[in-house]
Write a protein that binds this ligand. Sequence first.
Ligand SMILES: [Zn+2]
Ligand SMILES: [Zn+2]
Length: 236
Amino acid sequence: MDAPFRWFTPLQRWLLPWRCLLCGDDGADGIDLCTGCADEMPRNTPCCERCALPLPVSAPLCGRCQRKAPPWDSAWAPFRYAWPLDRLETRFKFGRDLAAGRALATLWRHATPPSALPQLIVPVPLHPRRLRERGYNQAWELARPLARALRIPCDIDALQRVRNTDAQTGLDAPARRRNLRDAFVLREGIVLPAHVAILDDVFTTGATLAECARVLKRAGVARVDVWALARAPAKS
Ligand SMILES: [Zn+2]
Ligand SMILES: [Zn+2]
């Protein structure tokens, strides 16, 4: 159990009971979700070992990774971006619902981590203007509790977003990549370990994560993993 929950006395638990954010039932201990709704969260198995793409049957690599390896070494996305996780994520990301974010962070913390853990977690940054508008960075909110639980340092400003790229929605893959070129830089003078994980909330096309991975690889990081809470299915 994470540290803040230990401070809860039985009285506080009685006054502030956990409530399921999806159905309103009593929450399970330590999370604003009931066991039924938590069990409905779509687990991402089987999936591609390299990019975590959901696969209909077990196979080491998806077709795309077989044709062209992505610029990172391995991916971890314990959930699929589907109902009902997508409802919580939308509330968290666009509805300023930080309780939904805490529930998502708890789900992630309880997932089985990869056996080879990175030495540093670097969340995908928002452009400062976007951060001011939203008030929080959803990747930070997920990265910090996960990093604490795994006892891995988390550097929230290792990467900086220097270009405010337009929303990526609606762009095809080459356009997304062009749009993201030179969007990220590393903090000046930063010393990075040999194994780093870049963390985002949702892995959609992977264009943002790929661009961040390229920046880290160019800086000499030997192994770059990409971590996301949830992986979107392939577009047909
Ligand atoms: Zn529920
Ligand atoms: Zn793949």
